[in-house]
Each structure stands twice: as C-alpha cells, then as structure tokens.
Write a new protein. Structure first.
Lengths: 217, 327
C-alpha cells in the first residue's frame, strides 16, 4: 500500500540496540544510508523508515502520527504521558529513576522541617511520586548536570536516572528512594494501528520473536 | 497594546481566513443538507453552560479539560466542551414531552483545555447528530449510515470505521477492586500484552477470562472477528454485545460494510457508552476524525431516561482533507 512504516528511534545507545533488534528480524538499515547524515534511514528490505530523534521527542512524533511507531524509555513515557499504544516491552535500555541526596542528608524530611527543594529533568514523574507519598516538595526544573544542584545549594535532593550510580558517587550523592524502573517500550500511534493493522501486528510479532531468540540484548 | 502583542493569539486558538472558512462551511452545508434529508433538525445549544452540565456526563477526563469562569452570581460556568451533554440537558428539560424518536443535528465549536505546547487547538469545530428514543439496531445503523454518507458527500471515499461494543470488555473489569480495575483498564487501552497477562495472573482470572484478556488486542478485523469474539465472550453481557454487532452487520449494505472493521478490544468509551461504539479514521491523519456510539444511560443523568445513539465528526480535520477547493 502506502509508504513504509515510520519508526521514531531515540538517538544514542538505545537506538543502536533497537536497530540490532530490527536487524535480527531481517530489516537492517540500508548500508548505503547508515553512515550518511540522512534524517530518515530506510531499512534494506524497504519495510521501515527509521527516524532518529531526541529521546524525549519520540512520543511527540508517534502521538501526532508523523511516525507510525517508536521506541521510548518507560521513563520518557511516564514524563510525557502520550496517548499511544504500548504493546511491547523491549527489555533493553534498563535504568531506574531515583531520588538521591547528599550522603548523610536527612530523608524523607529535611532538617528544620522546611519544604524540600528537588531538582530534576523529570518534573511530572517527580510530582506524581511525591504526591503519592504525601510529601510536599518544591520542584525545580533543570535540563542537565542535575547532580550539581545539591552541591551548589540549588536543591536538597534530586530525581534522576541512575544506571551504575557512579556519577552520583563522584558527586557525593546516594540513592535514598526509588521512583520507578524503566526499560524501552515499543509505542504505536493509535490511528496508524487501526489503519495499518496487518503491518503493525507483523511488526509486534517479529519483534517479540526476535526478543525471544535473545537478539538485541 | 503594542502591535507585536496584537499579532498573537493565545496558544490553541487561531484565526480562520477565507479558504479555511470556505472549506469548513462546505463541510457544514453538506452536513445539514444530509441531516435534513434524514429528518434531523438543527439545534444550537448555548456557548456556555453551568459546568455541571458537562461534569455530570463526562467523567473526570473531560471535567479536567473544561474552560471555566465564574458567573456574575458566583456560579461556575463552562464553555461548551461537548454537544452531546448540552443536548441531553435540552432533551431532558425543554423537550421532555416531545414525541420520540427525536432526531437532532448540530454543528459548531467546542472548547477544551489542552496541555501546553503539544500543538492541539483549544477550540475546534464539530458536527454531529443524536437519535433519541430508539433502542434498536436499526437506530445504531442509522447513525453509522449518516457518518458514511457525510464522508462520501465530502468526496472522502477512503475511510475506516472501527466498530465495537463496550459490553464486550466491560464485564472483564466487573468485581475487581478499584486499583486492579484501573490497572487492567490501562493495560487494555494500551494493548500492553505483558501487562494484560500480568493482570490476568494477579486477578487469578478463570482460564476463559485470561484467554479473552490476552486475545483482546487481536480482536480486530472483518466479520470473522465476531465469530472469534463470540467464542471468547465472558457471560451474557458480552454475548449481547456480539449479538448486537451481528445484527448491525446484517443491516449494513455491502458498500457500507466495506468501511467497517470490528474492533472488540477498544475501551476508550468506558463510562460513556452503553452499547456500540465507533471511531472514524482516514489514512494520513494521526487521530480519529470522528467517534460515536450508544449511550442509553446518559439522558437519565439529566432526569429523562431515554435510549440514544449519536456521533460527532471533527469538522476541522474533514475540512483539511478536502481534496478540491469547494466553490
């Protein structure tokens, strides 16, 4: 029928793992396109077009229908709350969203009983987490080097992604609470799923069987 | 006010100029010609109403998206967020003694809060119809047929109607503690296979229910899906749903049926619809361009218990799809 299915992928390590999975199901990136700076990468079998975008933008492309499907971390989905289907857990890209505080700092209260200030990129997730705990906090949205915030006195705690914990340790921070854990998900535009059902069902089945065979990990 | 400020409108609102207006008026003219030919009379509910008109019917999702203000006497007023709620109020009050069935049509704007910076408009044009007082499958088909005729009148021959019946999925949530029911509703809504299987395990669901849950995302397709779904039906309510869809299918003409895909795993209309529910899709548009269904319990919330079926189409989306500039 119409064009290939468009798949939005988050640039970086998660995209490499996603592309390995597509390769395992017989749809590698067209080698001619791989090293070019093209914005849309076709698969060699012409079944897909991959759209490398910033990880936080994947839900936007998929919800709007510009991409038919995409790969996004659960952390990104919890933050953006896009109205999309989430048929499959892809298993890779595992990380935890945590509350971290300077070593020895009080938690879940701060000294003096004031309202704790929390710096984070994940404002929505942090808001929901502390609301569910009944803890009143003041959230500060920053976009990078979150670990610096407590050192410089911008905040008491931070909420951030933790993979190995090394960056935290280097900055004298320790994990004091878990917000959520996250792996990569396949997400699908609702209208595209209805209109191109066969192609989406095949995609989901192929990814599921590639995962079962242990590809992509 | 400096002109640089005058040049802006609030996010989510916009000016419609000649071409935009012409396309929308064309969609509306075609609609009212069609509606009148089928015995539907236009009504124009007010632009703003007491907010409870909308909170009563719409549930927390729409209630959180009302655009409200405080009236002179201190009562909360909301801009029209939904025609169906406003018309339900009119039918239950001013038209309470009108002979049934009532056939009402409308076209105009609805106003809803949308999150910032996602590119959604806060005022959109809709058109639609309500058929009140007729519980039959023939009434369901009349609503579907109006959608099909309107799409054809606009020259939009390629579209798809995903048709289900909420009574097929609703029983699966019955009797669950609220938290489990909500987790399961989300899993069904997202077609999240792993979460569906986990929910089935956690519920300790009987094998038949567990199988229905895991198969839900696959229950989409032409007529053969009704047979497959019939075998999975979990009790009398779900069986009624399948039986109703079979009767609707039998009433459709071949050239109508080719637009219909049966879709039993859709749960979006939970809490609003009581029977059939459908969404309309057109290739290249990332969202439904229309939705509708049967809402037999809705009018009772306004004090007049009447069966009803209806739909709304997104006038703006249809206008953008018009291939040829109407004259």
């Amino acid at each position: 029928m119409s064009r290939a299915l468009r798949i939005a992928l988050p640039k970086g390590r998660m995209m490499d793992e996603a592309l390995r999975l597509f390769e395992a199901m017989g749809s590698p990136v067209d080698p001619a396109a791989r090293d070019s700076r093209r914005l849309i990468l076709p698969s060699a079998d012409a079944r897909f077009e991959f759209l490398p975008v910033k990880s936080g933008d994947v839900p936007v492309y998929v919800e709007s229908g510009v991409a038919d499907a995409g790969v996004a971390g659960q952390d990104v989905l919890e933050e953006a709350q896009p109205d999309v289907l989430r048929p499959l857990d892809l298993g890779f890209g595992g990380c935890r969203l945590c509350v971290a505080a300077p070593e020895g700092a009080p938690y879940p209260r701060i000294a003096g009983g004031g309202i704790p200030r929390v710096a984070t990129k994940y404002v929505e997730s942090a808001r929901r987490f502390f609301a569910a705990r009944g803890t009143q906090v003041e959230l500060i949205r920053i976009s990078g080097s979150v670990e610096l915030a407590p050192l410089l006195g911008l905040s008491d705690w931070i909420v951030d992604l933790v993979q190995t914990g090394r960056t935290l340790a280097e900055n004298g921070l320790v994990v004091v609470d878990d917000v959520s854990s996250s792996t990569a998900r396949l997400i699908v535009n609702r209208a595209s799923h209805k209109l191109r059902l066969d192609e989406h069902q095949r995609l989901i089945a192929d990814l599921a069987s590639a995962l079962e065979r242990g590809a992509g990990s | 006010m400096p002109t640089s400020l005058l040049a802006q409108v609030p996010p989510g609102s916009l000016d419609l100029l000649a071409g935009d207006v012409r396309r929308r008026r064309h969609v509306q003219r075609e609609w009212f010609a069609l509606a009148e030919a089928h015995g539907y009379q236009e009504v124009i509910p007010p632009t703003f109403e007491y907010e409870e008109v909308f909170t009563r019917s719409a549930g927390p999702e729409l209630a959180s998206r009302l655009i409200r203000f405080v009236d002179r006497d201190g009562r909360l007023v909301a801009l029209r967020a939904d025609f169906t709620s406003a018309i339900a109020r009119v039918v239950a009050t001013r038209l309470a003694d009108a002979p049934l069935p009532l056939r009402l049509a409308y076209a105009g704007k609805v106003y809803r809060q949308e999150p910032e910076a996602v590119g959604r408009r806060r005022e959109i044009f809709q058109l639609g119809a309500e058929l009140i007082g007729d519980p039959s499958p023939e009434a369901d088909v009349e609503a579907l047929r109006l959608v099909i005729l309107q799409m054809r009148a606009l020259g939009l021959g390629e579209f798809q109607i995903n048709l289900g019946d909420i009574r097929f999925v609703r029983p699966l949530l019955n009797g669950l503690p609220p938290e489990q029911a909500e987790a399961l509703r989300i899993a069904i809504d997202r077609k999240d296979r792993a979460a569906l299987a986990a929910s089935a395990r956690e519920m300790g669901a009987p094998a038949a229910v567990a199988r229905a849950l895991v198969e839900l995302p696959e229950l989409i397709g032409r007529g053969e899906v009704l047979a497959r779904a019939g075998a999975l039906a979990s009790g009398p309510e779900a069986e009624d749903a399948i039986e109703r869809l079979r009767r609707v299918d039998a009433l459709l003409a071949d050239d109508e049926r080719r637009h219909v895909v049966y879709d039993l795993g859709e749960i979006r209309g939970l809490g609003y619809y009581s029977g059939i529910q459908f969404e309309v899709f057109v290739a290249g548009v990332g969202r439904a361009v229309g939705y509708g269904g049967r809402y037999d319990g809705l009018l009772a919330l306004y004090g007049a218990d009447r069966p009803a079926v209806g739909f709304a189409l997104e006038t703006d989306a249809l206008a953008d799809l018009l291939a040829v500039e109407p004259s």
